[in-house]
Design a protein around this ligand. Structure first.
Ligand code: ZN
Length: 182
């Protein structure tokens, strides 16, 4: 198959791009998404919340690729698999850090938002950067395959069902959340 970008004969991901073009496209999209979420400034104090998931490995991979030249003060906090919801996140947001980076995908963001609606909780995202917000779970799985990242991938069944029944709803929901927040 021919990559739509570099026109080389390669194995294709998402049906269109070879692995290196695919990674480049995602890198650009992540950069833009981080900028839209307030960006990272030099010398900021950053807290990374990671777990055993594939999403965490992908977050670290792209972070090192994109921000290796930006001087930042970084602390890592590893969350165990017993804590997939990253509870305690709100306490960190009130703390000493300038930004909190979490390996959340668009699915996770939408899921949390819907949950906050039904459970009447606040959907606070002050200081928080959802590193993989611009990536879908399908893209996450492709990156994991390319980079040989192993581990669990978080699934959001309710959302998958909605998307299956109403294709495009994930994208619309994320857009609506952004509008509500701004
Ligand atoms: Zn290519």
């Amino acid at each position: 198959m021919i990559c739509q970008k570099c026109k080389q004969e390669r194995e294709l991901f998402t049906g269109k791009l070879c692995s290196s073009c695919f990674i480049n496209v995602l890198e650009k999209r992540i950069k833009k998404s981080i900028r839209e979420q307030g960006g990272l400034e030099r010398n900021e104090k950053i807290l990374f919340l990671l777990d055993e998931s594939v999403e965490s490995k992908i977050t670290k991979f792209f972070f090192e690729k994109i921000y290796s030249n930006l001087p930042l003060k970084i602390d890592y906090e590893k969350k165990g698999s017993e804590n997939p919801e990253f509870s305690g996140l709100f306490d960190y947001q009130k703390g000493e850090y300038d930004k909190i980076i979490v390996p959340f995908t668009s699915e996770k963001v939408i899921n949390d938002f819907l949950k906050s609606l039904f459970e009447n909780e606040s959907f606070e995202r002050e200081k928080r950067i959802n590193f993989l917000e611009s990536l879908t779970i399908e893209e996450i799985k492709d990156v994991a395959k390319i980079k040989n990242f192993e581990g669990i991938t978080n699934t959001h069944e309710l959302l998958d069902k909605i998307e299956e029944k109403y294709p495009g709803s994930k994208h619309s929901l994320l857009k609506s959340i952004k509008i509500l927040e701004s």
